[in-house]
Ligand binder design. Structure first.
Ligand code: SF4
Length: 359
């Protein structure tokens, strides 16, 4: 049985590489053209926990607005947060800004070229550091995302479950990664996982590693990788108060910078607790009416918010709140859970301008 070879995968990639807005196609990379590290970094941060389809329009919008790292570093933070709204996992947007500033300030505006150097920057973990080093600088780093985990677990028929098997997958990926064209190899692995070695019904007949793949030979590829049983996601409860003025302005406040949805806007409300919603005090006296429950699922818990709405006249906002004018609602960093809450109370869509909200 032949061993899986990088050459077979690269030959496949030369023909089947996905055309992506941040990618240099293989025919150009072979001529020595490498991508702008800014683009690779931006795309990789956006792609953490978000699909390629959802990222494309955000990537192009960011690039049109902030074409260079320096432009992003100099941008007002609120503008970056607002442009990110809808992509979810907002700590990524805060880190994006912090990273742009750090590279500009501490590295003369150039990204470090090593995995170790990249991993010192805000928001760049081991995976992203390896991906940037490989794709932007052609460093032979082992780049392991969810797609690659699946391909390698099947290729070697690894029985141990995720996440325990991760170190073994990383070791095997490193042995497969070639010294020549490591950036294309990393992207080829991602493409193979995304288009051929899919979670369900992998298209093994079209796979360049069909011959050496142990799971394909055994006939149980779509059962791999195995996963350790997940702990059940808890449910938290809370109350949200949607005060909307007759002219459509919305009463909001800003969440603390650290933690879930950090730095994003929200309508006032209670804390979120398991078992039952805690006591909730409305931001001011008004004719509060129940608008039902809104449910939303975050990575680590499910949330049920009891929504109360009131239409009010012009009045000063409470100390920690402010009125967000109706025209500004679509452009603001209002997370999806809050958009659902506002829609439940007002009956009006509060959608963000671009993309499909994830959180
Ligand atoms: S042969 Fe099938 S299971 Fe094996 S790597 Fe290719 S697509 Fe995945």
């Amino acid at each position: 049985m032949p061993a899986p070879s990088a050459t077979a995968l690269l030959d496949w990639y030369d023909v089947h590489a996905r055309r992506l807005p941040w990618r240099i196609p293989p025919e150009d990379r072979k001529l020595g053209v490498l991508p702008d590290p800014y683009r690779i970094w931006l795309s990789e941060v956006m792609l953490q926990q978000t699909t390629v389809a959802a990222v494309k329009s955000y990537f192009l919008d960011f690039l049109a607005r902030w074409p260079t790292l320096q432009a992003l570093a100099a941008a007002p933070r609120d503008d970056v947060m607002a442009a990110w709204a809808g992509l979810g996992y907002y700590s990524r947007a805060r880190n994006l800004k912090a990273c742009a500033e750090a590279v500009t300030r501490d590295h003369g505006g150039r990204f470090p070229e090593t995995v170790e150097g990249l991993a010192t920057l805000p928001g760049i973990g081991p995976y992203t550091a390896a991906a940037i080093a490989a794709i932007a600088f052609d460093t032979p780093a082992a780049v392991v995302d969810g797609n690659v985990e699946r391909v390698v677990a099947r290729l070697f028929a690894l029985e141990a479950p995720l996440p325990d098997v991760k170190p073994e997958i990383r070791r095997l990926t490193a042995t497969l990664t070639p010294d020549k064209r490591p950036g294309d190899f990393a992207q080829a692995m991602m493409d193979l996982g995304a288009t051929i070695c899919t979670p369900k019904r992998p298209a093994c007949a079209l796979c360049p590693w069909s011959e050496p793949c142990l799971a394909r030979r055994r006939g149980d590829a779509d059962t791999l990788p195995r996963r350790r049983a997940k702990a059940e996601r808890p449910t938290r409860y809370g109350t949200a108060f949607v005060a909307h003025r007759y002219d459509g302005a919305l009463l909001v406040r800003r969440r603390p910078d650290k933690g879930l949805l950090g730095g994003m806007l929200e309508v006032p409300g209670s804390d979120w607790k398991e078992d039952a919603a805690p006591e909730a005090t409305p931001p001011f006296q008004a004719d509060w009416k129940s608008a039902g429950d809104v449910e939303h699922t975050f990575t680590h818990f499910h949330l049920v918010l009891s929504v109360k709405g009131a239409e009010v006249g012009d009045r000063p906002p409470p100390a920690d709140c402010f009125w967000l004018e109706a025209a500004a609602v679509a452009g603001e960093a209002l997370p999806s859970v809050m958009r659902k809450v506002v829609e439940a109370a007002t009956g009006r869509p509060a959608r963000q301008r671009r993309g499909t909200p994830k959180m």
